[in-house]
Design a protein around this ligand. Structure first.
Ligand code: HEM
Length: 214
């Protein structure tokens, strides 16, 4: 009797992977881009920034934030940690560009674990739930200008987010079977470069505006 090859992944893990990668694009990736855009209002001063970034636009704002952003982030992070655990870099043996991008996706994920954890605590949870008010513009801009570790962590954190999300668009599109031909992959590569440059410009632009105001 002929041997039947075992399935590569169970149906459950197939759907878990699809859902985790979909959540990373929408709503998480879209929200990340909007968040960086909102932060650019730091160029217009304290009032504009507080209105765009920390102001409650809706009575259910915090609940929506938890459901639309933090829950998908948690699910994606758990899925990501499981994938990181089985990762064995082989970039010295296979030093091609695609393998480098694969490595950087994972290195940026590790950076994001630290950055998002610190950012969520210092800029969201601690001001709101310990100090009883949202993060004031005066405080974050002062930290940015006078506390070098904060500035460095934000610069590197935004680099990691921009790379991870932009490159993630490509791995997402390939993983979901949205692109297959060599031509479509090349065109997608330009979308990735453009997204990376835009996210970086918005993020670093915001950091610059906060630093200048501090
Ligand atoms: C702002 C936060 C984040 C966003 C927007 C984001 C976005 C993405 C996107 C779009 C992908 C591509 C999904 C795919 O290939 O189907 C991805 C992959 C990945 N993410 Fe995240 N991510 C974030 C945070 C994190 C964190 C905190 C971790 C921590 C472990 C993480 C770990 C990973 C890993 C390991 C992959 C690669 C999966 C693979 O290709 O097998 N991500 N991320």
């Amino acid at each position: 009797m002929a041997d039947i090859a075992p399935p590569l992944a169970s149906t459950g893990s197939f759907y878990r992977a699809r859902i985790a990668s979909l959540l990373a694009i929408a709503p998480l990736g879209i929200w990340t881009a909007i968040h960086l855009w909102d932060n650019l209002s730091a160029f217009a001063g304290a009032q504009a920034w507080e209105q765009a970034v920390t102001g409650a636009r809706h009575p259910l704002h915090q609940t929506l934030l938890v459901v639309v952003v933090l829950l998908p982030l948690l699910l994606h992070t758990v899925w990501g940690i499981v994938r990181l655990a089985s990762f064995r870099p082989n970039n010295v043996r296979y030093g091609n560009y695609d393998n480098l991008k694969y490595l950087l996706q994972r290195v940026s994920a590790i950076g994001l674990l630290g950055f998002i954890g610190a950012h969520l605590w210092l800029a969201w949870a601690q001001p709101r739930f310990v100090e009883g008010r949202p993060e004031p513009f005066a405080e974050i801009s002062r930290e940015m200008a006078h506390h070098t570790p904060t500035l460095v962590v934000y610069i590197l954190g935004i680099l990691a987010v921009s790379y991870h999300l932009a490159n993630g668009i490509q791995t997402f599109a390939m993983g979901q079977g949205l692109v297959a031909s060599a031509g479509a992959l090349r065109r997608l590569e330009w979308v990735v470069y453009l997204t990376f440059a835009l996210l970086l410009a918005m993020g670093w632009g915001s950091v610059f505006a906060l630093w200048r105001a501090g």
